[in-house]
Design a protein around this ligand. Sequence first.
Ligand code: GH3
Ligand code: MG
Ligand code: MG
Length: 341
Amino acid sequence: MIFTRPFQVLAVEDSDTDFERIRQLLEAEARQLRLTRATDLKAAVQLCSEKAFDLCLVDYQLPDGRGIEFAEQVKQAGRTVPCILVTGLGGESLAAEAFRRGFYDYLPKHELSRAVLPRSIWNALERARMLREIEEATRRISELSARDKVTGLWNRHRLDERLAEEFTRSQRYKVPVTIGICDLDHFKQINDSFGHACGDSVLRTAAELMKTALRQTDFIGRYGGEEFCLVFTNTDLADAALCCERIRQRIEAEKQATDKGETFSITVSFGLSQCGSQHGSVEALISDADRALYAAKNQGRNQVYLCVGGSLFPLVQAGGPNSVPEPDGGSLGAHGQETTN
Ligand code: GH3
Ligand code: MG
Ligand code: MG
């Protein structure tokens, strides 16, 4: 084992004689193992909640309870610590109980020696280190499998999972959920003019702008190449459309720069659809938002289009605040015209 620091070991032992024996048996390891003592469970749990110990050597019989319950008590205090049960009593059934309760080892006091005690401690520390590595690797794997590498947003896989949950929730409890699909306009030209790395940087900037514009309860993922899917929970079409319009304006206003210092700006198009009883599946909901997006593209890009009751409308600014058409098409603004592609 390679040490980067001394390990902190807490001995929970009420007997002065037994503690002194443990200290002597570990004398040769004193530089790598720093020993602290607690004489009852309460003090030991308190110490563990104040300081991160690497290992606890716990006596079985303590003035205020059974040492075998120590690990659970520490856990309740919000910590986990590897523990070894050191006992003058007991036999196989106690050993079995100790292992069942997560103790790393069980050591009868009469068997302790300069060989046995350090070996058990090093084994426990090594096992704890491996467990931490496995936990960290598992966390990284699940993070990587959920995230898109370029933007750091959720990837399609994770997005589909969450969207399916929200869709079901919306259908069951009749809460409004609106989705928006956003596609960067003429993005291929950016790659062609300024290079792929610049394209990646534009994707990151757009992703960041969108993410920061959303509420905590909304979510966003990278849907495809330069397409993003925004999911507005507990939000109807009108509110989601205004949010998308704000994002559209912010992205248009944002100055993008190449690594040579050239500046340019980009625009995005949005297609929106609110989850409703007419949507038999998530795919049907996405298909409506997609149709609205294609309408936004066909009608000149850099705008927000909505699918309302199966028909497609632009979000219009009729000389004032943006307005969203009613399902019957009642409040179309100046250039409001139905698109049917
Ligand atoms: P439109 O306005 O119709 O959406 O035009 P567009 O050029 O954005 O659409 P098109 O689908 O023709 O091109 C999308 C481009 O996105 C092509 C592809 O090379 C680029 N792209 C996809 N994923 C990435 C990526 O991860 N990084 C970069 N830099 N480019 C990407
Ligand atoms: Mg595009
Ligand atoms: Mg595209």
